[in-house]
Design a protein around this ligand. Structure first.
Ligand code: NAI
Ligand code: AKG
Length: 366
């Protein structure tokens, strides 16, 4: 499909290509929808096999952010950035400052944050060039790294999904297969361990697995075996597109609930899960904790307010499953409808002319 056909199909607003030869920057910023407010979403740094892969990733992730913000009840829209490069080798202050200048040129239409491959320190470099960045160091007014908040939200959403699937939201003695043992999974497993779940974990990076074995005595399996594990809940916390034609028939779980963005390879996989009787907690509903956390910086970070909003993920997941059950549609479609309803309703409200539109962008951290 041509890029413009793709943009038209999902109604994207803008795609920006950023290049700086001296700094070694090649990046794409995708802005999907700004009806609810400025597009907010992290920047991923990754060794993409092709430029097309990078563009596609930015586009898919940006759209997910629109829906994530809408269901979480936030006053921001959806966007995402990707930087092409190896986060272990290609980072420099110059690279992130060059990128920050492109963000500044968008004048608040896009606000960035951390994502896979980027850190608080990288956001601090971006902050030297633009105030349109969150997930910075706490000394600049953030609440610190978002992963623990995402992990907590996934835990809450998983309990809501368990209630629907098993009639009880306790995770005690539930067998939970966790794919990825990185920062979100670590926070999630801390709650699961406290509640007495049986955790089976995998990661391609052995030190992350070892950390969980040492702390909580979890069981570990090789990366590809995670799809075959006999479990109640499968929790993807590593990559996108893990629910696909190759894996779907191998899954033995009753619930899928994890942090990874874009877990379904295609829309059809949501339908297949429904037919197989697997309760899928839509990724952008359950993993909104990090977004809620970074978005709060725009108001002057307040942890109590953030926790209150993250607690609502339980209700949001329950609501999605209720709609799916009532209308006999996949939970992924139910979530899309819920998000689209809010965007449409507020789009109409916003069409009334105001001389000075009130905006979250009244914040200034410097
Ligand atoms: N950090 C956050 O606040 C948020 C993260 N997410 C998503 O959650 C997922 C996890 O994020 P983080 O924990 O921050 O990332 P991370 O980079 O700390 O952890 C990811 C882990 O997955 C492992 N991994 C990669 N490929 C794998 C494979 N094939 N099999 C098993 N393990 C594999 C990595 O070795 C790493 O340990 C990502 O998809 C991210 O986009 C979504 C919302 C917010
Ligand atoms: O968690 C973050 O750093 C920001 C939110 C985001 O980019 C995401 O939820 O994917």
């Amino acid at each position: 499909m041509s890029i413009f056909d793709y943009l038209e199909r999902y109604n994207y607003e803008q795609v920006v290509f950023c290049q700086d030869r001296d700094a070694g920057l090649r990046a794409v910023i995708a802005i999907h929808d700004t009806t609810l407010g400025p597009a907010l979403g992290g920047t991923r740094m990754w060794t993409y096999a092709t430029e097309e892969d990078a563009i596609e990733d930015a586009l898919r992730l940006a759209r997910g952010m629109t829906y994530k913000a809408a269901i979480a009840g936030l006053q921001v829209g959806g966007g995402k950035g990707v930087i092409i490069g190896d986060p272990k080798k290609d980072k420099s202050e110059a690279l992130f400052r060059a990128y920050g200048r492109y963000i500044q040129s968008l004048n608040g239409r896009y606000i960035t944050a951390e994502d896979v491959g980027t850190t608080e320190e990288d956001m601090d470099h971006i902050l030297m060039e633009t105030r349109y960045v969150t997930g910075v160091s706490p000394v600049f007014g953030s609440g610190g790294t978002p992963s623990p908040m995402t992990g907590y939200g996934v835990y809450k959403g998983m309990k809501a999904a368990a209630k629907f699937a098993f009639g009880d939201d306790s995770l005690r003695d539930r067998v939970i297969a966790v794919q990825g043992a990185g920062s979100v999974a670590y926070a999630l497993c801390q709650y699961l361990h406290q509640e007495g779940a049986h955790i089976i974990v995998t990661d391609i990076y052995q030190p992350h697995v070892d950390r969980m074995i040492e702390n909580w005595g979890v069981e570990a399996v090789p990366p590809d075996h995670i799809y075959d594990v006999d479990c109640d809940i499968f929790s993807p916390n590593a990559l996108g597109a893990v629910v696909n034609d190759q894996t779907i028939d191998r899954l033995k779980c009753k619930v899928i609930a994890g942090a990874a963005n874009n877990q379904l390879q295609d829309e059809i996989h949501g339908e297949i899960l429904m037919k197989k009787g697997i309760f899928y907690a839509p990724d952008y509903v359950i993993n909104a904790g990090g977004l809620i956390h970074v978005a709060d910086e725009l108001y002057g970070y307040n942890r109590t307010r953030v926790m209150q909003k993250i607690e609502r993920i339980y209700d949001n997941i329950s609501r999605v499953f209720q709609i799916a059950e009532q209308e006999q549609i996949p939970s992924s479609i139910a979530a899309d409808r819920l998000a689209e309803q809010r965007i449409q309703a507020l789009g109409r409200v916003k069409s009334t002319y105001l001389q000075q539109e009130r905006s979250v962008l009244s914040f200034d951290r410097r």
